[in-house]
Design a protein around this ligand. Structure first.
Ligand SMILES: [Zn+2]
Length: 267
């Protein structure tokens, strides 16, 4: 252990930090379990009330991420808490979080299905399924196919993302952004469903018919995003606990209470 590591304060120095670490670790395992992350890719989440965010140690298996393999990192990329090195593509998270104060959590994934939509002439990934109204403003493609290891690459990616909620990366992967780690996980599930639906339409030899503006307006009228996120989080966390994808010791911190699962309005 280096002197720098010894001098760092204990990991998870307050309860907000600990909960952010646990939710981000759980989100990573859930995304791996759903085939959205594999041997690479990562999730970052801002720590409320601190000028820092959490991200996993780059070398840790995405299927085994735990609070012990999470780092607290500041917006200059310095590791404040935890032992190990962040992922080499840390500039993705640094620059998107810097550019987008509205974003709390960032996913970078090398999802095959998403990458395919950066490789087809004349084909764009479009909002097909109802839940894909989330990406109604567009899903831009960043032209840099290399690993994003330099600040200027991260800044260029953040510029391509702009105000949107998703960006594809040519021949490389994608990033999603959301208001929490839980929301990010649910968005990733729907992003994959939507890409699958469009690919199925293409494979059937048909011209995909994306959601129209009027259809998106109708979907949004009926939307209860906060409750929907809790509902799916509850489903996937419980399933993962049963299947030992998540350790039982995490149950109480992750499973929503009945009170939390109440709908805030009836439609
Ligand atoms: Zn990558």
């Amino acid at each position: 252990m280096s002197v720098t590591e010894i001098s760092r304060p204990a990991r998870g120095s307050n309860s907000t930090t600990q909960q952010t670490i646990l939710e981000t670790a759980a989100t990573t395992r859930l995304l791996e379990s759903e085939g959205i992350l594999d041997y690479s890719g990562h999730v970052s989440t801002r720590i409320p009330g601190r000028d820092a965010f959490v991200i996993q140690v780059g070398s840790t298996s995405r299927a085994e991420v735990s609070p012990d393999s999470m780092l607290v990192v500041d917006y200059d990329g310095n590791v404040l808490e935890g032992d190990g090195e962040p992922p080499s593509e840390l500039p993705i998270h640094l620059e998107i979080l810097r550019a987008r104060p509205d974003v709390q959590s960032v996913l970078h994934s090398h999802m095959e299905l998403a990458i395919a939509f950066t490789m087809m002439e004349g084909v764009k990934l479009l909002p097909m399924r109802a839940r894909a109204s989330r990406w109604k403003s567009g899903i831009p493609i960043d032209p840099d196919p290399s690993h994003i290891k330099l600040p200027e690459q991260g800044r260029a990616l953040a510029r391509t993302l702009g105000p949107h909620h998703a960006v594809l990366m040519r021949a490389h992967g994608l990033c999603l952004v959301a208001e929490s780690a839980q929301a990010l996980f649910v968005d990733a599930v729907h992003f994959k469903e939507n890409a699958t639906a469009q690919m199925q339409a293409l494979q059937a030899g048909a011209k995909p018919i994306p959601l129209s503006e009027a259809e998106i307006a109708q979907i949004e009228k009926m939307e209860m995003r906060e409750w929907h996120i809790k509902k799916l989080w509850n489903y996937y966390v419980r399933k993962a606990l049963d299947q030992e994808v998540l350790p039982q010791a995490w149950r109480d911190e992750l499973v929503p209470t009945n009170e939390m699962l109440k709908r805030d309005r009836a439609l």
